[in-house]
Design a protein around this ligand. Structure first.
Ligand SMILES: [Ca+2]
Ligand SMILES: [Ca+2]
Length: 341
């Protein structure tokens, strides 16, 4: 091989490398680097932040520490209630729901809120989702029910005024009658049929159960009971629902939708803007104010000498802390959540 030949070989080799790089660039331009391509030295990119659930606009999150008036008002024996992801959640329902279990027919579990007390008319827009666990052993038609305790004529609750209006899927028509186990079923209670546990306007004396044709729309009940007022609203399972495991979520009344979650998602701060952790000048919200600090939160001597005695701060008087301005050693103020409420 002569000199010319060697140079030609080297030139061809360089040409081949250039072609290979060109092909690799082409691959990158079309669909990213192939495994066979040499990884280029690229500037480090921001590490993707793990996706966290974001708050759904308009939803009210009900958690074990923020119950929005919900409570078990008539729980009996072995009935149990738990915020859990065991049965998932309906569309836009986050990751969790409220699971209800009634192992025996005597068990009962409830979850009612007083936040929606008021004219029954608001319930003409209401709904909830329910899911029956496929491991349930009870009667297949049984589902958790939506209930509205009422005062039939409003104002003072007098003897004979009280009743409970109940929506049960098994007594409905159309989509409201869906009792498929293992799936989330949405029940449009506002358009559904309710029975009354007591004789109120429009219900005959023998129509105080759901299984004897005592079923009426909310509009019919409102028309027959001027002034009828909801005292609370919520979910009931049992008694008579032995072997039923279910979950409920997205209980909606009027403009409020309650999303049952173990923890409420948090809106991240806007990029480039530090979280607003400092209250406005001269204003200390009650939850940060001195009077709300649990006893023992401040060691004696933390406050300036000659300052007012404990609990004597006049309204609006900022408590004096030793730490830098804006740092309130309050254990309940979660980091990174300032300015999101
Ligand atoms: Ca949920
Ligand atoms: Ca009354």
């Amino acid at each position: 091989m002569g000199v010319h030949d060697r140079m030609s070989t080297a030139t061809r080799s360089r040409a081949g490398r250039v072609a290979a790089v060109g092909a690799a660039v082409l691959v990158l331009g079309v669909g990213g680097w192939s495994a066979a391509s040499a990884a280029p030295a690229v500037p480090s990119l921001p590490v993707p932040i793990p996706s966290l659930p974001l708050p759904v606009p308009g939803q009210t999150y009900v958690t074990p520490t923020d119950l929005h008036g919900f409570a078990g008002t008539d729980d009996r024996i072995g009935g149990a209630r738990e915020f859990t992801d065991a049965l998932g959640a309906p569309p836009l329902g986050g990751t969790d729901a409220l699971r209800l279990t009634t192992p025996t027919g005597d068990d009962k579990i409830t979850f009612f809120t007083t936040e929606q007390a008021g004219p029954l008319a608001k319930f003409t827009s209401s709904s909830y989702y329910a899911k029956r666990d496929v491991s349930s052993t009870g009667n297949p038609v049984q589902f958790p029910s939506f209930q509205i305790p009422v005062d039939k004529n409003g104002a003072t609750l007098e003897t004979g005024d009280f009743s409970t209006l109940t929506f049960e899927p098994v007594y409905q028509t159309g989509a409201n009658a869906n009792q498929t186990a293992g799936t989330w079923n949405r029940y449009d209670t506002g358009a559904g049929l309710f029975c009354s546990t007591r004789q109120i306007g429009g219900f005959e004396a023998n129509q105080t159960r759901c299984d004897n044709n005592g079923l009426k729309t909310l509009a019919e009940i409102i028309a027959a009971n001027p002034g009828i007022t909801a005292l609370s609203a919520g979910i009931n399972q049992g008694s008579g629902n032995g072997g039923l495991i279910s979950a409920v979520d997205l209980l909606q009344v009027g403009t409020t939708t309650y999303n049952f979650e173990r923890t409420a998602p948090v809106t991240p701060p806007t990029p480039g803007e530090p979280p607003n952790c400092e209250p406005p000048e001269g204003e200390h919200p009650g939850e940060w104010g001195h009077d709300e600090h649990p006893k023992g939160d401040h060691a004696k001597g933390d406050h300036g000498k000659g300052g007012p005695a404990e609990g004597d701060h006049p309204e609006g008087d900022a408590p004096k802390h030793d730490g830098p301005k804006g740092e309130h050693p309050h254990e309940d103020q979660p980091k990174g959540e300032c300015g999101t409420s």
